[in-house]
Design a protein around this ligand. Structure first.
Ligand SMILES: *Cc1c(COP(=O)(O)O)cnc(C)c1O
Length: 369
């Protein structure tokens, strides 16, 4: 069989560049009723996810078909009771999306928003939780992929835990790439998806949650297909069975991706690789005259926003095409009030790829001529 290789590396925050072996794992069909799939693949993944997420007991993993947003919507729509109220700590497009989900579902929502270029402020969260006793749940994005901002997870979780509220974390673009212990942090619901730092292909997301919080979701869901409790119960009681058609090939590829994460040395080793990628990227880009949107101390090792060059001849589209011809796909900016582009360094990307990228960037800077 001929192996197809990629024409270019995706320096994007997901879907991202996967290994050939992850892609090859999809070349087999699976029966969703058969134990080879349910026990051998799905249950294996659920157990492994819990182990990766926390050293503490009392957690369980639920898989939900769809893009990552479906898993966020399943949590928001299932975890918050009729008389509940959600606080969203919002500093980017993905925080904004959580507010939008709550609006669609007619869930009362309030937000703390200091703009896209500042990290979450734990003191402001504490103050608001003290003032507004009607807030029952708090949601925050760990790594805001909009800018690359890493929010202060530990400090915010501590405030939320002390106030006795339920903590929901969108760790979509950080889980698997940044070490964290869900249980030690006191997180009730942690959400991520297949096509980010675990380096699988798109098609489903997952939730790692405290079991007693999952129990409380019973009969609260505002959607059938996104009923977190029902999906969890089906997986628990039928050895990993999904209620509806499961993205079998994607799930099998994800199992392979988890094995490759382990072979790399686990989350700590992957974090080190991403951190080295990001450090080389920023140092190299700065040497070429680019500036980052955020100061380095707030950057995640996941993705970096660079300010667009101010030269009149600069055009993102042309720069993008030049880099693509040289084997690299970058990402447009997503910040509302600054002209940026973004470069991700998660996925099957190594420091030597970043070095090659920097040479390609140097060769693509036509606007300077
Ligand atoms: C990727 C991502 C999501 C989910 O996006 P989808 O397009 O639905 O997969 C949510 N939150 C963050 C922070 C993300 O990076």
């Amino acid at each position: 069989m001929e192996r197809t290789d990629n024409d270019y590396l995706l320096l994007t925050p997901g879907p991202l560049t996967t290994s050939a072996t992850v892609r090859e794992a999809m070349l087999k069909d699976w029966c969703t009723w058969d134990e080879d799939y349910n026990t051998g693949v799905v249950q294996w993944i659920r157990q492994r996810l819990v182990t990766l997420a926390t050293g503490q007991p009392g957690y369980s993993a639920v898989l939900i078909a769809g893009s990552g947003t479906a898993s966020v919507e399943a949590v928001i729509g299932s975890a918050i009771p009729e008389n509940g109220k959600l606080l969203v700590i919002n500093n980017g497009a993905y925080g904004q999306r959580i507010c939008q989900i709550a609006d669609y579902l007619h869930i009362p929502v309030t937000e703390l928003n200091r703009g896209e270029c500042l990290p979450a402020d734990p003191q402001a969260v504490a103050d608001l939780l003290g003032r507004d006793k009607s807030i029952t749940h708090v949601a925050m994005v760990h790594c805001e992929t909009t800018t690359g901002m890493l929010n202060p997870l530990e400090a915010v979780c501590q405030v939320v835990k002390q106030s006795g509220r339920v903590m929901i974390v969108d760790a979509m673009s950080s889980f698997g790439g940044i070490p964290l212990d869900t249980g030690a942090l006191g997180i009730d619901f942690l959400i991520s998806s297949a096509n980010k730092c675990i380096q699988g292909v798109p098609g489903f997301g997952f939730i790692i949650a405290r079991q007693h919080r999952l129990e409380q979701c019973r009969r609260q869901a505002r959607s059938l297909s996104l009923d977190l409790y029902d999906q969890w119960q089906c997986m628990e009681q039928h050895h990993g069975k999904w209620r509806f058609t499961s993205p079998t090939h994607t799930v099998r590829a994800f199992q392979q991706a988890l094995k490759e994460l382990e072979a790399e040395g686990g989350i700590a080793a992957r974090h080190q690789r991403y951190t080295e990628n990001q450090r080389r990227l920023v140092t190299g880009m700065q040497a070429l005259g680019f500036r980052t949107l955020l100061p380095q101390q707030w950057h995640s090792p996941i993705i970096t926003s660079f300010l667009s060059p101010s030269a009149p001849a600069y055009q993102f589209r042309a720069f993008y095409q030049q880099l693509k011809q040289r084997g690299f796909v970058i990402y447009p900016g997503k910040v509302s009030d600054a002209d940026c582009f973004r470069i991700g360094n998660i996925g099957e990307i190594y420091p030597q790829d970043i070095d090659r990228l920097l040479m390609a960037v140097a060769d693509s800077m036509d606007w300077q001529e």
